[in-house]
Ligand binder design. Structure first.
Ligand SMILES: N[C@@H](CCC(=O)N[C@@H](CS)C(=O)NCC(=O)O)C(=O)O
Length: 223
């Protein structure tokens, strides 16, 4: 599903590793038998099918790709067990804190809920600025000289961060307040393996607008 940040994570990982694959677009309003069979628990995308076996959940898929294609391209996770644990910690933080707070900021039921989500998302971004300083050790990426697991977890969200910024007229990764993340976003977006895979922000804005008007129409119909 082209607009999914979770699908994007996987496409970015395969692109970075240089693994070729077949991309199958899924209509989430009318899920295919293949999806229902491959991910019967959540019936969500992405699903990676390798050697006929499905692997689900973007964070799990990224780790699978790193292990299953260890001989191809750069490693996504660091070699040192403690560094790997730190990378996994920040990857979970991105989903558990940043993503949850950002969803609340855009889809909270009340204005108060939205404001609280925005506050928590801003605090999570600040925390990630510190994480980037700790993990990158002066290099451009969470993975050091090259983009790795945490970069992909956050990088998949990047087009949606740009959409939110365009719609609200803000800068989530502001060079004035989070200079490392602002530079990271530029470096990540400019990678040869990344640029061709990223969806166009304009197309995503249109998609977001259509989703918002559909949600508003559905809410009006139930009131
Ligand atoms: N935690 C999952 C989230 C995946 C997810 O939410 N996918 C959405 C598309 S962005 C989906 O398939 N939604 C269909 C549904 O919920 O029925 C992951 O990281 O892979």
């Amino acid at each position: 599903m082209w607009a999914s940040p979770f699908v994007l994570r996987v496409r970015l990982a395969l692109s970075l590793k240089g693994v070729s694959y077949e991309y199958v677009e899924e209509d989430l309003k009318s899920k295919s038998e293949l999806l229902l069979k491959s991910n019967p628990v959540h019936t969500k995308v992405p699903v990676l099918i390798h050697n006929g076996e499905p692997v689900c959940e973007s964070s799990v898929i990224l780790q699978y790709i790193d292990e299953a294609f260890a001989g191809i391209g750069p490693s996504l996770l660091p070699a040192d067990p403690h560094d790997r644990a730190v990378a996994r910690f920040w990857a979970s933080y991105i989903d558990d804190k940043l993503l949850k707070a950002s969803s609340q900021a855009s889809s909270g039921k009340t204005e108060e809920e939205k404001a609280e989500g925005a506050k928590q998302a801003a605090a999570a971004v600040e925390t990630l600025e510190g994480a980037l300083m700790e993990c990158s050790k002066g290099k451009p990426f969470f993975g050091g000289d090259s983009a790795g697991y945490v970069d992909l977890m956050l990088g998949g969200l990047l087009p949606w961060v740009h959409v939110g910024d365009a719609v609200k007229g803000v800068k989530t990764f502001d060079p004035a307040t989070t200079p490392l993340l602002a530079a990271w976003a530029d470096s990540f977006g400019a990678l040869d393996a990344v640029e061709p895979v990223m969806p166009e922000v304009g197309k995503l804005v249109e998609f977001a607008m259509a989703m918002m008007s559909q949600a508003a129409a559905a809410a009006a119909a139930t009131n």
